[in-house]
Design a protein around this ligand. Structure first.
Ligand SMILES: Nc1ncnc2c1ncn2[C@@H]1O[C@H](COP(=O)(O)OP(=O)(O)OP(=O)(O)O)[C@@H](O)[C@H]1O
Ligand SMILES: [Mg+2]
Length: 320
C-alpha cells in the first residue's frame, strides 16, 4: 500500500514519530519530497540531533533553507535553545514585569530566574515554532521529523504544559490585579496580560490542529522487531489518550531478498513480527519499505525511498 491522503488540501501538518533509528527522518524527508512535487512544503526537524542535514547532505540549521535540487521544498532544524532565547528577548519586558508584580524577588533574583531552564520548555518552544509557521501560512504542507518516541509524545503534550504555566502565571497575576483594583478602583489590562492571552491562544491553536484529523496526521514508523513493535503499541495508545488517532503506519526495513543464507535467515526471522504488526495494527493502512543495501543518504536514495512510500505495489512478502 502507499501513503494515502497526504495530498488532501486541508491536511497541513504531518508528524513522523517512532522508536530510535527506525527511519523517521528518512521517511519524513522522502514524504516531504513527494509532497513538494505539488505543494510548497516546509520540512521541520524538532530532533536536537539534527539528522536532516546529514540525511540530505546539505547544511540546514535554524533558518528556513531551500533544499537543493527541489523546486518547492524548504527545511529548518529547530534549535529549542535559540527559539527560547528569541522568545525571552522578544518578551523580556513582560516576563520581568510578571515576576516583579507577583513575587517578592529582587531584580537580580528575577534575572537569575529567567536564565534557568524549565523542564519541557524545549518541546513547548519547538511546537510554538511549528504553530507560528502554520499561522504565517507561508507553505501548504508542514512535515515534522521528531526525535525518538518520548520526544514526540512530549512535543504533543507540550500544549498542556504551556497551559499549566499560563494558569500559574494567571493565578500570580490575579493577586496583583486584586491589589490594583482595591487601591485604584479599576484595572487596565497590561502587556503581561496580553502576552498570557496570546500564549493561551497558542495553546488552543496547538490543541485544535492536533485533534483535527483533516488538518493533522501522525504517522508512526516501525520495523519488524519485538521491542519496536511493543514501543509502537505504547506510542499509539498514548497518542490515543490525546485523541490523536494514527491512520497509517510505515513498516520499514522489511527484508525482501532471500538470496544468501544470511538474508534468508533475517527474512524468516522477520515473519513472526510482520504477522504481529498485522495483528496489532490491523486497522491501520500499512506501507512497507524494503531494507536497502545502502543507508539512505542524499536525494537519489531519498527519491528511491519516496517511490516505495508512494507505490501501490506490494512487497513480495507483504503483510497486508
Ligand atoms: N529502508 C532502509 N534501508 C536501509 N537503511 C535504512 C532504511 N531506512 C533507514 N535506513 C538507515 O537507518 C539509519 C536510521 O534512519 P533514520 O535516521 O531515518 O532513523 P530515525 O528513526 O530518524 O533515527 P533517530 O531515532 O536516531 O532520529 C540511517 O542510517 C538510514 O540511512
Ligand atoms: Mg531521526
Amino acid at each position: 500500500m502507499a501513503l494515502a491522503g497526504l495530498d488532501n488540501n486541508d491536511l497541513k501538518l504531518i508528524i513522523f514519530g517512532g522508536k530510535g533509528g527506525v527511519g523517521k527522518t528518512s521517511c519524513a524527508i522522502a514524504t516531504a519530497l513527494a509532497l513538494a512535487d505539488q505543494f510548497n512544503t516546509l520540512l521541520i526537524s524538532t530532533d536536537p540531533a539534527h539528522s536532516v542535514s546529514d540525511c540530505l547532505g546539505q547544511q540546514i540549521g535554524f533558518k528556513v533553507t531551500k533544499v537543493d535540487g527541489t523546486l518547492k521544498l524548504w527545511a529548518i532544524e529547530v534549535v529549542a535553545d535559540e527559539a527560547l532565547s528569541g522568545f525571552k528577548a522578544e518578551h523580556q519586558t513582560e516576563l520581568k514585569k510578571l515576576l516583579e508584580t507577583s513575587t517578592n524577588l529582587d531584580k537580580d533574583d528575577i534575572d537569575d530566574l529567567l536564565t534557568l531552564s524549565i523542564p519541557g520548555i524545549d518541546e513547548v518552544m519547538s511546537f510554538k515554532t511549528i504553530i507560528d509557521f502554520i499561522e504565517e501560512g507561508g507553505y501548504e504542507k508542514y512535515v515534522v521529523d521528531t526525535a525518538p518516541t518520548g520526544h514526540a509524545l512530549r512535543l504533543i503534550a507540550s500544549s498542556k504544559l504551556l497551559d499549566e504555566w499560563i494558569k500559574v502565571a494567571a493565578r500570580m497575576r490575579w493577586k496583583y490585579r486584586y491589589m490594583i483594583t482595591s487601591f485604584s478602583g479599576s484595572y487596565q489590562q497590561d502587556e503581561v496580560d496580553t502576552l498570557l492571552l496570546s500564549l493561551k491562544k497558542t495553546v488552543k491553536r496547538i490543541e485544535t490542529i492536533l485533534k483535527d484529523t483533516t488538518q493533522c496526521e501522525f504517522i508512526p514508523v516501525c520495523i519488524p522487531e519485538a521491542m519496536v513493535i511493543m514501543e509502537t503499541g505504547r506510542l499509539l495508545t498514548d497518542l490515543g489518550k490525546s485523541e490523536i488517532i494514527a491512520q497509517q503506519i510505515i513498516v520499514n526495513n522489511v527484508m525482501t531478498s532471500g538470496g544468501c543464507d544470511y538474508c534468508q535467515r533475517r527474512k524468516a526471522g522477520q515473519l513472526p513480527y510482520l504477522k504481529a504488526i498485522r495483528k496489532l495494527f490491523g486497522k491501520l493502512n500499512k506501507i512497507e519499505v524494503p531494507m536497502f543495501a545502502e543507508e539512505i543518504k542524499g536525494l537519489e536514495a531519498l527519491h528511491k525511498l519516496k517511490s516505495f512510500l508512494f507505490s501501490e505495489e506490494q512487497l513480495a512478502n507483504s503483510i497486508t
